[in-house]
Design a protein. Structure first.
Length: 125
């Protein structure tokens, strides 16, 4: 599996390409952990090029989600292919993650969260 990445402002976008199976899950988990451990806790995973996801791949995603939220961050998913979306729907993971049809919408959702937080701080002072 190939993992591409880019940074858009404070948001890291990862692109797993191919199969996220037991073999690739460890590598992908290490990549996610490296961002979260470096306090880069706003992560979008674009699944447009993901052809297959196994239970090991699902475990890596849920572990990274919990870790990011534990550090006041979050992880969003974007561009799920029909097969991958079906797996997420069947396992109930679409209820755990914020899922977006477009990558840009997922990235912008972090900006909206920041703006809401800034507005709340301004009101409360």
């Amino acid at each position: 599996m190939e993992i591409l990445e880019k940074k858009l402002g404070q948001v890291n976008v990862l692109y797993p390409c191919g199969r996220l199976d037991a073999y690739a899950a460890s590598e992908f988990g290490k990549k996610l952990d490296s961002f979260i451990d470096a306090a880069q806790v706003c992560v979008v995973v674009n699944l447009e090029k993901l052809e297959y996801i196994s239970s090991a791949g699902l475990r890596v995603l849920i572990a990274a989600l919990k870790k990011a939220r534990g550090q006041q961050g979050d992880m969003r998913l974007a561009c799920l292919q029909p097969y991958v979306k079906e797996v997420f729907d069947m396992t109930g993971f679409t209820q755990l993650f914020k899922v977006f049809d477009k990558e840009q919408d997922a990235v912008n959702s972090f900006k909206e969260k920041d703006n809401e937080g800034n507005q709340n701080r301004a009101i409360s002072t």
